[in-house]
Ligand binder design. Structure first.
Ligand code: NAD
Ligand code: 2HG
Length: 391
């Protein structure tokens, strides 16, 4: 029986997919799998049984990816599963940043007791007039699942769209509307656009990438949208840019003490992926990825180990998997050990990704040799993180 712990509320559409071989547990320390949304895991101790963490969502900055890799824990996310939800909220934010909607709603609330509110509104409304987004220039930083959807939807709304992503995947580039202008230099997005929206992951390399230099290049009154993570924007520089009018409006999904105090900031409580549809999609994808890894060793959509797929375990074979460091000679050591134990390797896949690698081996169970000795010897290899007999 595999025990699964949910660190956050996970849609039952996901947990209902767990078969009779699984049970939910309140005890994270005994779990083989953890399902999580935004809960912070950096200070968490992980149990020895923990094989996988599946993030029902895109961002994985709440999970210590390298520590997990070195403990033999595969971390998954659910790319694209909540992209439409975020895209729709970004479109809403474009309009909130263009028209006096927020202040207008505030005015109506403040005047709710006035019996002549209708007449008063006709006089007051000139204070809340705005601009149309049609024909305006939108810069999209990051053209992954969300950025590409935002860029395409903005083209459909008549915007002139500029996209920047030096690492764009072939799939995402293929999905982009050909009307999106590809920009090779980020500064050109800052210089050109009336609206800028950022859709990149929070990493050391993207921390504070929207800084005083970026604001210096922007148009006066630019509207800036951040539905990715607050660490991407330097709050001090943003506060100064809002104060001077360089940024006309900052729309962010990430409340913190600095942004809630900013003039002309519209702050939402991390609502980007909070739709029933996105929560269901993410939960189902996370549970499927985790079950597939536990039952077959196949890895899809991991963020710390390479994708690797040998299909279901063939009848009559035994599958062993090895999570290890991406170092010279690792594969030779692994195959040598099985050879010396008299175990025939019928099929094998080895993939690497950055510092980490994964080897899957299907072994001849009819002529088993001494597989237990082999497993002990594999476990003793330096920089082997986990050896698992899947079946
Ligand atoms: N507000 C929310 O509720 C919510 C929901 C989902 C995702 N997010 C955030 O949005 C981010 C993006 O999500 P996604 O699903 O589009 O992810 P994704 O992985 O599909 O796309 C990210 C894109 O950013 C690009 N990129 C990386 N570094 C870059 C850089 N320095 N400059 C320009 N581009 C860069 C990558 O090449 C990739 O194409 C997530 O990492 C997460 O932090 C927020
Ligand atoms: O789980 C959520 O509500 C937010 C998820 C979102 O920030 C993500 O990165 O996918």
């Amino acid at each position: 029986m595999h025990k699964i712990h949910c660190l956050n509320n996970i849609s039952p559409y996901g947990t209902d997919l767990l078969t009779a071989d699984y049970e939910l547990t309140e005890d994270a320390a005994s779990a083989s799998g953890i399902l999580v949304r935004s809960a912070a895991m950096h200070d968490m101790e992980f149990g020895d049984n923990l094989l996988a963490i599946a993030r029902a969502g895109a961002g994985v900055n709440n999970i210590p990816l390298d520590r997990c890799a070195e403990a033999g824990i595969v971390v998954f996310n659910t790319p694209g599963a909540n992209a439409n939800a975020v895209k729709e909220l970004v479109l809403c934010a474009l309009l909130l940043g263009s028209r006096g909607i927020v202040d207008g709603i505030g005015w109506v609330r403040d005047n709710a007791d006035d019996p002549a509110v209708g007449k008063a509104a006709e006089k007051a409304k000139k204070a809340f007039a705005g601009h149309e987004i049609k024909g305006k220039k939108l810069g999209v930083i990051g053209l992954g699942a969300i950025g590409a959807e935002v860029a395409n939807a903005a083209v459909d709304l008549g915007m002139d769209v500029y996209g920047y992503d030096p690492y764009v995947s072939v799939g995402a580039a293929w999905r982009l509307n050909s009307a999106v202008h590809y920009v090779a230099n980020l500064d050109d997005i800052f210089r050109t656009c009336d609206y800028i929206t950022i859709h990149v992951p929070a990493m050391e390399s993207t921390k504070g990438m929207i800084d005083a230099h970026a604001f210096e290049l922007m148009h006066d009154g630019v509207v800036f949208l951040n539905f990715s993570r607050d660490s991407l924007v330097n709050d001090e520089a943003m506060a100064a840019a809002l104060e001077s009018g360089k940024v006309g409006c900052y729309l962010t999904d990430f409340a913190n003490p600095a942004v809630v105090a900013m003039k002309n900031a519209v702050v939402l409580p991390h609502l980007g992926a909070s739709t029933a549809e996105a929560e269901d999609n993410c939960a189902m994808m996370a549970v499927r990825e985790m079950m597939s890894y536990i039952e077959t060793g196949n890895i899809a959509n991991s963020v710390n180990f390479p994708a690797c797929d040998m299909g279901p375990v063939p009848e009559g074979l035994r599958r062993v998997t090895v999570l290890h460091a991406n170092v010279p000679n690792a594969l030779t050591r692994i195959t040598e050990i099985f050879g010396e134990a008299g175990v025939n390797i019928v099929d094998l896949t080895n993939k690497s990704r950055g510092d980490y690698a994964y080897t899957m081996l299907d072994l001849d169970a009819g002529n088993p040799g001494h597989p237990d000795d082999a497993i002990d010897r594999l476990n003793a290899i330096d920089r082997v993180f986990r050896v698992r007999v899947v079946k």
